[in-house]
Design a protein around this ligand. Structure first.
Ligand code: KG4
Ligand code: ZN
Length: 343
């Protein structure tokens, strides 16, 4: 069985084909970073216009790459939310229209479930249920107890800014280019550890929610008061990243203790961060547990994770998100769609 995956929730057009037998056989990604760089953030109208331009050529490319014909595809999985409404609409309309024309199922995928399942894309080092998932992306910071496909319990989430958004804002204040998360991380490597001490909001609270706005304001005030040179930038970046790592480690520890689980999946764009990966790996090793990541290219948004989630859904015969009728007029994307609402 071949599933075509379509991801258009934000500023990446991701298209992939996942085979039930051979795994990922084609993967194409077009990033709109250059388009939005000028504005310092994603402009929704520009994002959706660019998805329109890129989506069909990329579908053609994955067919070429896999040497398949459109009629070989047996299901189309598309991101139905959460994300930018106008961007989601493009993937949903193209995906559902194609499925209608081909008379195959269209599967509405929750973007965060796509991230959560992404470490399973590669079968040689794949987590088994149940596990705790730390989902860290541009728009979300969540701890989830994942019991089986579709059975997720939200343990905690950010009550204000998302972690990736915070990385990007601090990077911008440090004068780094957009989106600054990964650049901030690379300059942090030259920073002197312990040069600054930043607050760790919500750490004393016993719960599993996160808060990053206080940390962001504290670092922003420090930057405004400082005369920045290369070393100072690196020291601030280092202190910021170390603070984030401590917050994530403490919250993961609590989530694992609370659920009695010892497998941790870390996914979403920020999970490409090498410092976070290393620290959480060491932490899990000390606990006698295991941490799972996907390759950096599948941490950020991509079509492969959506195609994979679609295959899992079809194999589970999950009713409500699979539309075999393919009534295209019924398309409703869900810009806000809690992972707990899946079945
Ligand atoms: O998952 P993703 O591609 O999009 C959303 O679903 O939001 O995540 C994008 C976020 C951006 O904020 C980006 O700066 C951040 O992931 N990111 C990183 C790194 N690579 C990407 N943040 C910190 N360190 C990185 N190496
Ligand atoms: Zn994402």
């Amino acid at each position: 069985m071949y599933i075509l995956g379509i991801e258009t929730s934000c500023d990446e057009t991701g298209i992939a084909i996942y085979s039930a037998i051979h795994g990922l056989i084609a993967n194409q990604l077009y990033s709109q970073i250059e388009l939005h760089k000028h504005y310092g953030g994603v402009v929704p109208e520009l994002a959706s216009r660019d998805h329109i331009r890129k989506i069909i050529p990329l579908i053609k490319k994955v067919l070429e790459e896999s040497q398949l014909k459109l009629t070989d595809i047996q299901g189309i999985a598309y991101t139905n939310g959460p994300g930018l409404i106008s961007a989601l609409m493009i993937g949903a309309m193209v995906g559902r229209s194609l499925a209608y024309a081909l008379d195959i199922p269209a599967i509405a995928i929750n973007h965060m479930e796509g991230h959560l399942l992404s470490p399973m894309l590669e079968s040689h080092y794949s987590p088994v249920f149940p596990f705790v998932a730390l989902l860290i992306s541009g728009g979300h910071t969540q701890l989830v107890a994942a019991n089986s496909i579709g059975n997720y319990k939200l343990l905690g989430e950010s009550i204000d800014d998302a972690i990736g958004e915070t990385f990007d804002k601090i990077a911008k204040l440090l004068g780094l280019s957009y989106p600054g998360g990964s650049i901030l991380s690379s300059i942090a490597k030259k920073g002197i550890p312990g040069k600054y001490k930043f607050p760790k909001p919500m750490i004393k609270h016993s719960g599993l929610n996160f808060s990053f706005s206080g940390l962001k304001t504290f670092v922003a005030n420090l930057i405004h008061k400082s005369v920045l040179d290369e070393q100072k930038r690196a020291d601030i970046a280092r202190a910021f990243e170390d603070t984030i790592v401590d917050i994530l480690t403490i919250k993961c520890q609590r989530a694992l203790d609370q659920t009695g689980l010892n497998r941790l999946v870390v996914a979403g764009g920020v999970s490409a961060n090498t410092t976070i990966r290393l620290q959480l790996k060491n932490f899990m090793k000390k606990r006698g547990g295991t941490v799972y990541y996907t390759r950096p290219e599948f941490c950020t948004d991509n079509g492969a994770m959506i195609a994979y989630a679609g295959l899992m859904r079809i194999q589970q015969q999950y009713g409500s998100s699979i539309n075999t009728n393919n009534n295209i007029a019924m398309t409703t994307v869900q810009p806000r769609w809690n992972i707990e609402e899946l079945e």
